[in-house]
Write a protein that binds this ligand. Sequence first.
Ligand SMILES: [Zn+2]
Length: 398
Amino acid sequence: MTDDSSASRRPAASAPAGAGTLLQLLRDGTPRTRSELASLTGLARSTVTGRVEALLTSGLIAPSGETASTGGRPPATFAFNPSARIVLGADLGATHARLAVIDLAGTVLAEGDADLDIALGPETVLDWVVEGGRKLLDEAGRSEADLLGIGVGLPGPVEHSTGRAVNPPIMPGWDGFDVPEYVSRRIAVPVLVDNDVNIMALGEHFAAWPDSEHLLFIKAATGIGCGIIAGGRVYRGAQGAAGDMGHIKVAGAGEAHCRCGNTGCLEAVASGAAIAAKLTEQGVAARGSLDVVELARSGSVPALRGIRQAGRDIGEVLAGAVNFFNPSIIVIGGSLALAGDHLIAGVREVIYQRSLPLATRHLRIAAARTGETGGAIGAGVMVIEHARAPERVDALLR
Ligand SMILES: [Zn+2]
């Protein structure tokens, strides 16, 4: 799972290094001179000069002044220019959708949202993305020509390589629909698609924990899913199904029936829907995860207990994942995490009890920081990460 991704992250000395390698070096924002770039990459000075010219023409880097020099004319320095291009990110949930226009540093330039039912079908929903996206570009004072691409997150299983949803349970009409083809016929840029949990993991990693190369993002809401960042990149698995932790068996679930057809799944006891059903049985009416959160916030003891126990159940599955994957951080997000520290306290309790000491020695378990816009930012980041891989960055030059 790490071979190709880790290899492509390093500027390989043996491969012909292009503008992409220079851009990777400059993306930290530090201004550098031509000779610094030459010595860092091992490229000939004349090659660096050519690549720098191409990057300057594209606007991706800009002159950033001159360095102090020991004598003579000080050498010019160059730095990454994140506002050169922009990206549109769309986070499409079951009943709510959010858009954000971001620059190459992930800064939000314009954003918008709407109540929009994913069950209206792909044409209606994607037309909204296109129209809303154009409005946000106007608002940000940018044109479609500046747009590097569009990232779309969907609330169901997605085959990332083709951008199609695969048997999504709550998305009638979307099964096999070619999202990139439909959107790029209206706005002619590359379109990438992934599931909502992966884009939230990307947004959280990019905006809040950029130095944590091995991160698990848990979305605990109506369902329960996990986005995996391995070696700094999203790990999707062979078929894109990696991280589907909601249907792993937990001891406390007994014979509880799950919507997947099995019994004893994590989702059958720890999802917002499952907690709401349990509360209703106990005489505390609740319809879904938002009701559960509302009850917990108003101090309902059964709701607080239910969320804490859900945290323990999620922790039971994560304790195994920690031993397998050895993440440096687990980020807990989704609507159930909005009810204060109860969910995360349950998760911590079980993980520190059950995982191996070496795996938990430096493990952090933290609440999500990107908030409601995290998914839309992550959808945009997916496009940026894709485009600035050294092997593809020439597409950025124009
Ligand atoms: Zn299940």
